[in-house]
Design a protein around this ligand. Structure first.
Ligand SMILES: [Ca+2]
Length: 368
């Protein structure tokens, strides 16, 4: 058993100096006394024009200082604190490239956000306290008995963010930012699990009224019972989506699609980059069905963080999110009809052995 992911990428942070030029920078200076004593400032050569603001409620000055003056103030008995004035920005939300590429944003702008569609994320759990996910995580289950299906690995939280990170003013946005996410923990905190656990997660998903199952996981051996569980979910009306696997080669001419993606009842998803070219790691074979972004995919990670990962694990949730949008738009479709439309409306990218029917496209599917 292994997880189809995930090489950590970059998380970015901000740090910018406020530099007003001419060898001075802006500082906030706090006095020990109840009010600012201007004579202290004059004693180190600071004129009124260097003082940008005098606060009222605390003895604080906003002031331009040279490095020498900072040193003098830091050692001055009447000064409590000297700190450089840091830059702050309005929090902004980024749109990961893949969300746009699968027409997720275009479909959202027509009102299709996955609202009321239930997506089971069979994975390592979800960090339900993540500010970009908490509004959408509606429940879940752990086959390991730990409660409440917390993500001790990070993989499941990343996958969940691609399906449905919240549309707010922070972090990222998912394909279906109002989908109902369910954390079905079938991978432990090391990212490993078993076919028994996956089957148990599928059973939970059927019994609890899920609409879509995303499995960004798999193994290299077949299992009659796992296949029958996938078939059972499909026959009960669920759409079953899985990562094809990361066992691809540069030539891409050998059948390396894993299980459960290889089963007929499961949509096997390959990974493409921002040029719509397959990642060399992306498994190939005759059972590939759709392609989706899986290289440099920015999404949520535990602790309120974000990171870019590669893998067919990152591609599969793009398809699950698109399916949630299309099902909201066309609620009378059966799972088989929805699947047929996703395939027929995909953008042909070349060899079906490497790309299946091509890049999944939400708006094209909604209008198909
Ligand atoms: Ca967000």
């Amino acid at each position: 058993m292994f997880v189809f992911s995930a090489t950590p990428g970059f998380a970015s942070g901000d740090s910018t100096d406020r530099n007003s030029g001419s060898g001075t920078k802006e500082y906030l200076v706090m006095f020990e006394e109840d009010s600012a004593d201007m004579s202290v400032m004059k004693s180190i050569g600071i004129s009124q024009s260097n003082i940008l603001y005098e606060f009222e409620l605390l003895p604080v000055l906003h002031v331009e200082l040279s490095e020498t003056q900072v040193n003098s103030l830091e050692n001055h008995p009447q000064i409590k604190t000297v700190e450089e004035n840091a830059e702050a920005k309005a929090y902004q939300q980024q749109t990961p490239w893949g969300i746009t590429r699968v027409q997720g944003i275009a479909a959202q702008s027509q009102g299709y956000t996955g609202n009321n569609v239930k997506v089971a994320v069979l994975d390592s759990g979800i960090d339900r306290s993540h500010p970009d996910l908490s509004a959408n995580v509606r429940g879940g289950y752990s086959v390991f008995g730990d409660s409440p299906y917390n993500d001790g690995n990070g993989h499941g939280t990343h996958v969940a963010g691609t399906v449905g990170a919240v549309n707010n003013n922070i972090g990222v946005i998912g394909v279906a930012p109002q989908a109902d996410l369910y954390a079905v923990k079938v991978l432990n905190n090391s990212g490993s699990g078993s076919y028994a656990g996956i089957a148990q997660g599928i059973e939970w998903s059927i019994n609890n009224g899920m609409d879509i199952i995303n499995m960004s996981l798999g193994g290299s051996s077949s299992s009659s019972i796992l296949e029958q569980y996938c078939n059972l979910a499909y026959n009960r009306g669920l759409l079953v989506v899985a990562a094809a696997g990361n066992s691809g080669t540069a030539a891409g001419n050998t059948n390396t699609v894993g299980y459960p993606a290889r089963y007929n009842s499961v949509i096997a998803v390959a990974a493409t980059n921002s040029n719509n070219v397959r990642g060399n790691f992306s498994s190939t074979g005759p059972t590939l069905e759709l392609s989706a972004p899986g290289v440099s995919v920015l999404s949520t990670t535990p602790g309120g963080n974000y990171a870019s990962y590669n893998g067919t694990s990152m591609a599969s949730p793009h398809v699950a999110g698109v399916a949630a949008q299309v099902w909201q738009a066309r609620p009378n479709l059966s799972n088989a009809q929805l699947r047929q439309i996703l395939n027929a409306s995909a953008q042909n990218l070349g060899s079906s052995y490497q790309y299946g029917n091509g890049l999944v496209r939400s708006l094209n599917a909604i209008q198909y």
